[in-house]
Design a protein around this ligand. Sequence first.
Ligand SMILES: CC(C)(COP(=O)(O)OP(=O)(O)OC[C@H]1O[C@@H](n2cnc3c(N)ncnc32)[C@H](O)[C@@H]1OP(=O)(O)O)[C@@H](O)C(=O)NCCC(=O)NCCS
Length: 336
Amino acid sequence: MAALTTTTGPQHASVLGVGAYRPLRVVPNSDVVDAIDSSDEWIQQRSGIKTRRWAGPDESVQMMSVQASRIAIERAGLEPGQIDCVVVATVSHLLQTPAVATAIAHELGTDAAAFDISAACSGFCHGIALASDIVRAGSSRYVLVVGVERLTDILDLTDRGTAFIFADGAGAAVVGPSETAGIGPVVWGSDGEQFDLIRQREDWRDVVGSPEKPGSGVMPHLTMQGNPVFRWASFAMAKIGQQALDAAGITLDDLDVFVPHQANMRIIDAMARSMKLPPTVRIARDVADQGNTSAASVPLALDRMMAEGEARSGDTALLIAFGAGLSYAAQVITVP
Ligand SMILES: CC(C)(COP(=O)(O)OP(=O)(O)OC[C@H]1O[C@@H](n2cnc3c(N)ncnc32)[C@H](O)[C@@H]1OP(=O)(O)O)[C@@H](O)C(=O)NCCC(=O)NCCS
């Protein structure tokens, strides 16, 4: 048996730059309440959402990704041609194949390895974990991780459980080699027993149909059983956050910033309470005027905190994302 050559990369990886793209259209609760027989007061009280961003016809998954990526690459001090791997987390690129990552890489001007991952709302944190390992294994030097969604394409605007929650946008981060460890170990997992809690309503074959059984002909929208998801996220995820701190070898006192998935303000508050976060930890609350953008929510929230000076370069931040699957991933990073 021949012994194979393998690669090893730099000892450490870090997030080098972050970028974001928010669709131009701001949609207040008053624009969604009629179709779901709801009210601004109910939505704010149950979710904390006041407005959300919905993409217009020109704001495609690819377009939003490229805009966010260009900013992240520039902030990392790199040229697009230096990116040698592109990982895109999304559930709303509506072509089964090929991956949108290849088109994004091409438009950016790189022939990088490029592939999509499907881990719903936890996709971005999965992507950061992969990128850190890819860099440290020497498979690529600079990995672009994009979280992007155009969830309005797969939303039923008359569904009371989802129409007011979900939204559109893109966030990106560049991961590359660094002198010290800037990305802690990932704590990730899944609970497939709860596969049906958040899901595409039906599979494409049921839409198209067969000679024996006519298809629905209707876009299979996103459905969610909000209450069990709420309970799971509020309690189980706080433990995962603590495990990510432990894995990185830090305590709550070392933490500056908490960037949880922007699912719902009540979940964010419940997690912060369960984790006993000290009042000095600054908490991302982007959901209030961005809505829940699934894979894009963590980088969008982080980008906003950096822009507003709430997350500063060198700060220690806990990222945690969770959603359909059910799947989750969390890690500690150093803010670039
Ligand atoms: C969706 C969510 C806000 C609903 O809140 P809830 O407290 O669980 O609401 P329920 O479904 O139990 O319904 C409570 C009541 O509000 C009503 N209701 C449901 N949706 C409503 C809406 N959009 N507007 C007004 N009333 C609504 C129900 O009819 C019910 O009325 P009743 O008490 O008279 O029977 C909440 O479950 C949630 O945020 N879940 C997590 C969702 C999430 O963040 N998912 C993303 C993870 S990736």
